[in-house]
Design a protein around this ligand. Structure first.
Ligand code: NAP
Length: 896
């Protein structure tokens, strides 16, 4: 019997004493209802406290004209009960607010949930009672509540933002908020109406208000991207997929990035022709589906400013075509944020509404609102008299409903408001250190608003209730995340925020819409499927990062950080693990080369640059192939001699082509990639001598190659980093050529294998210790290994060119790279180091796959330009970037 049952019964007769339950839930929307159902089934006594008069949450309050879902309702449904799934059929592709509210009422009735909901009851305070190990809640209506666990199912957009405009109280007409629309509706017929705001709520309501009102004036501060919803019956293809295998459909949604069953796009924008891109865009536009257009155009649309700019331009064309007055069209056209970085809106006739004679747009960027007066709205340019003002000004999103609604006091009297003073801190977006037995459903730090909420809510509720059951079964009474786990999650959140372009827009996702609110991306951008797997990993690793305690001093704490890898590195490594590949060293040199060749065939070569020219140069013992990568800008450009990776055994002058192209774009410099000879056919010191000879020849023939005469730079990755480092030492000792700087990326520098990174990262991160042993064995006999031409750390490291050394945390070669950088610095060489956290050996060369590697390559490019004496600014002149790359590149660099 639940511990609280006796007390709960007692409270029936003593209404003023606290209601005792195992779990109290705040909110009876999508999340609260499912929580009640699951908690009850799991045998917990429960109460939900709901401010509204009935179930529905956001769908209870947001009753403004035109309110609809912006995720297809076939996807915006509960999936936990297949019978429920078949018992309800949506009438439209995007159901209206009344229909969604009916659905939630239907769910509440079907599972008899209302009997555990206290409506019209607001929690006014929540305090953790350390002695009792319970939360004590006070309410504004009826008995206080004492509960073991406290769960916020308060929604992400439920605390309306104050209008922040002077004079509202002076207005003599009617004032309405879209987020608190009167239940009886509002008759706007014949009225002069003002709508302030042009977010989703405004964009949905404006066309309908315009149809009723005598005149509608829209006050717009920032234009938004809006797409036609194309509402009607659910699309045939989706219905067919859904009906054919509901379970598979739902499962695909759960594992997807956004909670809607769409595949991951793999083709990047620059692999498509203009016509192909337009064709994809038109299809997406016609589909009328936010998730489709946000995810299905091309793989780089949400992660790269250039890939995104193409979509923006195509949408701007649509706006110009829809709005007759060019000035109004221009004002409605967004220019200040990447598409998708701010939530785009789904509309029905939104842009066309501005062609109506009874609609006026006021551009607040040109004429800000001065004040609201008794008769209307006064801007810098005019006074607009109105009968009604509709505030569609949005919400204090994500944290507002949790933090601002009532004081929450945790262990040691800590207030959640204080703990979150610099932005929300959570573990998994579900829990907060210092607040035992406190959970948030779709809280900040979880995918929440960047996902189909229905899918995310179910995942959260299932995870929380399953944990509470397990806790109870194991005899524990409290659960709380550790400081280390929470700090790790916050760092992972910051890493994830570099994946997408959300950080480049001022939005409610970042708190920028609320004056004084701390800025920072609040939802998790790593995707729904990956997030789910992380939550499951926490469980499978013994509740990693949680402290559990129970009676009699029982305690369990498996402390740690659940994700230390960069989010995309984690995905790549997980994918490689599922391929179950044989170790490369078991393939033999020929087999390994064939494998790498096949592997490389599947990847895009890289973005357009200027010319790519192949040639041969005279090496130490005969011709060596090379490939020149030139910028698209007029030359001559400084020359970087590049050495590819591959353990002196694999690869060639083309194998790091995506990296070379990317660096050419970022540096505006010419890269000459050298095809040095390989082991085991050509053992030590062939690669080193080839590298040196090639550098000498390239320096002497820079002009001929189209480069700038004068000192060259050298760069290399892995074994190529080794050759670049060795080349610098040989050039110093053999009288040239002059080298202006060296870029060493994860270089091999020493034959000692007992540094910690060789053990910490021996397996699991693609480059393994045994693969390195194999490379060494093929290239170099034990007797030769201490020769500085293969172990430059054992050579003299003074008087070398300026260096930039990049090392990766999860790389066996990490520590020898760091040791080389430190040794050079100690010897007086100017050295810059990048110690890339969460990255693995291939992070920087997997261009377009490891997106978080961009920041490192930006730093490398900046260093090379400094070494070459160039200004920091890069001009890029390739066609793909015409007219927009400079700002785009600047944004990427700034963001990194
Ligand atoms: P919103 O997107 O935050 O839009 C608020 C609008 O009000 C913005 O245009 C904002 O301009 C403007 N604004 C705020 N304060 C202002 C001020 N003092 N003066 C002038 N303008 C001001 O809020 P929302 O439209 O309610 O939508 C919020 C989110 O709710 C949506 O993004 C969506 O996720 C969800 N939603 C979904 C649907 C749906 O289709 N299912 C419908 C409604 C809402 P700035 O941009 O310059 O701040």
């Amino acid at each position: 019997m639940p511990e609280a049952m006796v007390a709960a019964r007692a409270s029936d007769t003593a209404p003023k004493s606290a209601q005792q339950v195992d779990v109290a839930v705040v909110g009876a929307g999508f999340a609260g209802l499912y929580l009640l159902h699951r908690l009850r089934k799991a045998g917990f006594s429960t109460v939900a406290l709901e401010e509204a008069g009935d179930v529905g949450g956001t769908w209870y309050w947001n009753r403004y004209p035109g309110a609809r879902c912006d995720i297809q309702t076939i996807d915006y449904s509960y999936t936990f009960d297949p019978e429920l799934d078949t018992a309800w059929t949506w009438s439209e592709k995007y159901a209206t607010q009344p229909e969604i509210l009916r659905y939630l009422g239907f769910v509440a009735d079907r599972y008899d949930l209302r009997r555990d909901i206290r409506f019209k009851t607001k929690v006014t305070e929540a305090r953790w009672d350390e002695a009792a190990e319970r939360w004590q809640l006070t309410t504004d209506n009826g008995a206080p509540v004492s509960c073991r666990h406290y769960i916020m199912a308060t929604g992400c957009l439920s605390a309306p933002k104050p209008p922040e405009i002077d004079g509202v109280k002076d207005f003599k007409g009617k004032v309405y908020f879209t987020g608190r629309w009167p239940h009886e509706g509002v008759d706007l017929a014949g009225k002069r109406v003002a709508v302030i705001g042009t977010g989703s709520s405004a964009i949905q309501s404006i066309p309908l208000i315009a149809e009723q009102a005598a005149h509608l004036t829209v006050f717009q501060r920032t234009p938004n991207f809006a797409l036609p919803a194309g509402n009607g019956p659910a699309p045939e293809d989706r219905r067919t997929f859904f009906e054919s295998d509901r379970a598979a459909y739902r499962e695909q949604a759960r594992q997807s990035m956004a909670g809607v069953p769409y595949p991951q796009q793999t083709v990047v924008s620059w692999q498509l022709s203009d016509a192909e891109r337009r064709e994809r865009f038109e299809r997406a536009w016609a589909a009328g589906d936010l998730v489709h257009i946000l995810t299905q155009l091309w793989a780089d649309q949400a992660v790269d400013v250039d890939g995104n700019k193409i979509v923006q331009d195509l949408i701007r064309e649509k706006i110009r075509a829809a709005v007759r007055d060019p000035e109004t069209a221009a004002a409605l056209t967004p220019h200040d944020h990447p598409f998708g970085a701010k939530r785009p809106c789904l509309d029905t006739n939104y842009y066309a509404t501005y062609n109506r004679p009874n609609v006026t747009l006021v551009n607040l960027r040109q004429e800000p609102i001065k004040t609201i007066t008794a008769s209307g709205i006064s801007t810098n340019g005019r006074n607009v008299d109105v009968d009604v003002i509709v505030f569609a000004t949005g919400f204090d999103a994500m944290t507002g409903a949790i933090r601002a609604v009532h004081p929450i006091t945790g262990r040691g009297g800590k207030s959640l408001t204080d703990v979150w003073a610099h932005g929300p801190q959570t573990y998994l977006g579900l829990t907060v250190e210092g607040f035992p037995n406190f959970f948030m459903i779709t809280g900040p730090g979880s995918p929440s608003v960047l996902s189909n909420m229905a899918v995310s809510i179910e995942q959260h509720v299932d995870w929380v209730v399953d944990r509470l059951k397990a806790l109870r079964d194991a005899g524990f009474t409290t659960i709380e995340p550790t400081e280390m786990a929470q700090a790790g999650w916050n760092r992972h959140m910051a890493d994830c925020s570099m994946l997408t372009l959300h950080r480049l827009a001022n939005t409610w996702y970042t708190g920028a819409n609320v004056p004084g609110k701390v800025h920072g991306l609040m939802p998790y951008t790593g995707g729904v499927g990956p997030y789910r797997s992380i939550c499951d990993e926490v469980t499978s690793r013994g509740m990693l990062g949680f402290k559990l305690t129970g009676p009699g001093g029982a305690a369990q704490c498996n402390d740690g950080e659940v994700v230390r890898l960069q989010p995309d590195v984690r995905l790549v490594l997980n994918l490689l693990a599922t391929l179950n590949l044989p170790p490369i060293e078991s393939m033999g040199a020929a087999g390994a080369r064939a494998f790498v060749g096949e592997f490389n065939k599947g990847r895009p070569a890289g973005r357009l640059i200027g010319d790519i020219v192949d040639g041969t140069l005279p090496g130490a013992d005969g011709p060596l192939p090379y490939r020149v990568f030139k910028p698209a800008t007029p030359g001559p450009h400084p020359v970087v001699v590049y050495f590819h990776g591959g353990g002196w055994v694999l690869g060639d002058e083309q194998s790091d082509e995506p990296f070379c192209r990317d660096m050419v774009r970022r540096t505006g410099m010419m890269f000459v990639s050298v095809g040095y000879r390989h082991a085991p056919e050509h053992r030590f010191p062939t690669a080193a001598e080839d590298g040196y000879a090639a550098t000498r020849w390239i320096a002497e023939h820079a002009t001929e190659l189209g480069g700038k005469p004068g000192p060259v730079l050298v760069a290399g990755w892995s074994a190529g980093g080794n050759i670049a480092a060795v080349t610098c030492q040989l050039a110093r000792d053999r009288g040239g050529p002059e080298i202006a700087g060296q870029l060493l990326i994860c270089p091999v520098t020493d034959c000692t294998f007992d540094r910690p990174s060789y053990n910490d990262n021996a397996t699991g991160y693609f480059l393994t210790r045994s693969l390195m042993y194999w490379f060494w064995d093929l290239y170099c006999s034990p007797a030769d290994r201490t020769d500085p031409r293969v172990s430059p750390l054992r050579g003299k490291v003074d008087k070398l060119p300026r260096a930039f050394v990049a090392t990766c945390e999860f790389d066996p070669l990490r520590d020898e790279g760091v040791a080389y950088a430190e040794a050079m610095a100690a010897a007086g060489v100017p050295v810059e180091q990048l110690k890339a956290h969460g990255h693995f050996h291939s992070s920087f060369t997997m261009v377009d796959v490891v997106i978080t590697g961009v920041a490192g390559r930006v730093q490398m490019a900046e260093a090379l330009r400094r070494f070459a004496g160039l200004p920091p600014e890069v001009s890029r002149g390739d066609d793909h970037s015409q007219g927009h790359t400079s700002p785009g590149h600047k944004i990427a660099a700034a963001a990194s």
